[in-house]
Every structure is written in structure tokens, then in C-alpha cells.
Design a protein around this ligand. Sequence first.
Ligand code: NAD
Length: 374
Amino acid sequence: MIEVLVVGAGFGRDFLPLYERHPEVSAVGLVEPDGARRRAIADAFGADADYASLDDALATGRWDAVHLLSPVRFHVDQTLAVLTSGRSCASAVPMATTLDGIDRVTDAAAAAAGRYMMMETTLYQREYLHALHLRDSGALGRLTYLSGAHMQDLDGFPPYWMGYAPMQYATHIVAPLLGLADARAEAVVCFGSGELLPAHRGEGGNPYPLESALFRLDTPSPLSAQVTLSFFENARAYTEGFNVYGDRGAIEWPSIEGGPAVVYTAGPQDGAHRGRPVARDEVEVPDRAEHLPDALRRFTRAGRYAPPGGRPELEYHAWHGGSHPHLVHEFVRAVVDDREAALGPARAASVTAPGIVAHESALQGGRMLEIPRY
Ligand SMILES: NC(=O)c1ccc[n+]([C@@H]2O[C@H](COP(=O)([O-])OP(=O)(O)OC[C@H]3O[C@@H](n4cnc5c(N)ncnc54)[C@H](O)[C@@H]3O)[C@@H](O)[C@H]2O)c1
């Protein structure tokens, strides 16, 4: 049994019920600097302890593992603080926003007694798990191309998102595409597109509301992946998804979040028509909850849940394709079994660095740049 600390009561709220219910977690603590928010969330969710800062929590000598869900600019320093204290650390994406930050985390993880995992939601959402199943069953054939887009309007988000370089948040698309291709991104060409309005520039040096990159993968036969990230000046409703095209079949992300995915299957050329016949099927992608402990299975779908101690019921949203309970289970198992997590330091680095280098390519007018190997 382990004790887990959740850091940040924004997105962190979604993870409190999961650690509370996990059969191998005996206590759940919360770190949140905003006093009113901390008290409200700790009380509503029944946290076992709460702290105003990560340092205060680590100084107690308690807590085996920490899940960081603080704003992006704290991820590297807080990861280092957790790992050097001897504990295991899970971090919300991204691992870092600079190549130097990646190196600092991978070096600290290599020297640490605890485990590191980046909590990339897309690698456990049902659409990704279904696409892996199609690939492994041969339904896609040989892969020819991959693409994906994360488009989200960050107007009204906290000020630190103003001027944030979109490609420095590319892991939600890069990770599933590299996972499906079973490949590393070795080079990139990226262009910025559009013009960031002064109100969205903030203190960051990024001039682009949208960035679009083409990655060359290190597969034995040529394969490329196109990734688009957009945070401002784009009237597209939220989407965070990918498409994979093979010579036998393809899968495209639902054009409306939560809608059915589209699967294409090509038949043989019949000599009577031009091109091969291609069947188009809308599929309701199945959950893979059977891989979860009983107590977490229902959390792949939205519903209500009863916090401990007879507290009033709360709504549970199950955002991100039912991925959250899978992430929690994988992190807890990696800590309990003292083994490398599915998204350990090297894989986290290899899905974070491509976006960082892509932004650099955009700043250099689309120059092709090599991506470090981890
Ligand atoms: N799909 C995903 O993987 C996904 C989705 C949403 C957010 N995120 C990531 O999760 C993290 C949190 O996102 P959010 O939307 O809740 O951010 P947020 O800024 O809304 O909230 C973060 C919380 O952390 C608190 N906080 C501020 N400084 C802190 C510090 N030094 N130590 C601890 N807590 C601190 C804030 O008071 C706030 O309650 C971000 O890194 C974001 O990138 C990932």
C-alpha cells in the first residue's frame, strides 16, 4: 500500500477520487496554495491531509508518491524536488518546455530511487486503445501516414497561457502518433500560422496562434506525421485527436468530440472501377475497463460518486476518453512493483522533445531540425 499526494486542485480534482478508490492506495493528500480552494476541495473529496505547498508536504516525511497537476512552469522544479526526496513522481503534461528541462528531469530520474511517469491522457483514451487494436490485428495494413490536431481556444484561461507556444504542448498528438507508428520522431519542419493578437501575447515570445509541423519518423520504410496545434484566433470547437492511414484500413478521429470514430476498409481492386472500393463505418469505440481494478472501472465514464465519510455525492466527468483511471492504475502499479512506468523518463522525453524542436523550427522560418534521441 502507498500514500499518494495530489498537487494542484484544478485538474487535480479529477484524480482525487481515483487514488481514494485504488485498492493499493492507503491515503491521499492534497497540495494547493490557494487557501479557500484547498479547504473546499479537501473537504468535499475527503482528503486525508492538505498542505499549502509541496515543500510543506515533503517535509512531513510522509507520502510515497506525488502526482503533479500544477501549472506547467512548475513541472520541472517540482519533479526534481519530488525525485530527489526519494519519492516517485507522476507529472501532468508536458514534462518540460525546453530541451534543458527534459535533460534535468531524465538525469534526476536516472539517479532516483523512485519512479517517474508523464501522465499523457491520450495514450490511455479509448480511441487510441482501439486504434492500437486495429493496427495489431492487421486491419490497417502497412502504415502510410499519420496526422492529428489539438485545437483549443485558450481565451479566458489563466494569464500564463497567453503567449504560450502551441508546439510546446504537442504531446497529446505526438504521443499517440509515435505510439501507433512504434517510432521516434527524428526531424521536423514547422511553420507558424496566423498572427497572435496583442491581448493573447502575454510575456511569452511566441508570435503564433497556430503551429503546424511535419515530422520524419525513424521507421525502416519512409513515414511522416503531421501535427497541428492551435490555441488562439481559431473558431474550431475543441478537438484533440488523430488519424492513421494504412494500405488496408484507416481510422479517423470523431469530428465532434465524443462522437463515433470513422473506420475505413479498402477491398481489392476489381478491374471494373477506378480505385479500390473503400467501406466507411462509424464505430462506437469500446472501453477497455477490464484492465482496471474493480473499484476504478466505472470511472472510465461520467457519473456520480460518493466521497468517503458520508460526504455529499459529487459529479465525475471522465474527460479525456476514459483515460484517467488507467493512468492512475499504471502509476500506482509502477510504484508498488518498483518497475519502469509505461511512460517513463525516456519515452516521456521522446514525445515531449519533438514539439519543443518544432517550435524552434517555426521560429527559424521552417528550417528542418534534428530531434535528440533519448
Ligand atoms: N489532458 C491532460 O493531460 C491535461 C488536461 C488539463 C490540464 N493538464 C495539465 O494539468 C496541469 C494543471 O492544469 P489546470 O488546468 O488545473 O491548471 P490551473 O492553473 O487551472 O490550476 C492549477 C492549480 O494549481 C495551483 N497551483 C498554482 N501554483 C502552484 C504550485 N506552485 N504548487 C502547487 N499548486 C499550484 C493553482 O492554485 C491551481 O489550483 C497543467 O500542467 C496542465 O498542463 C493536462
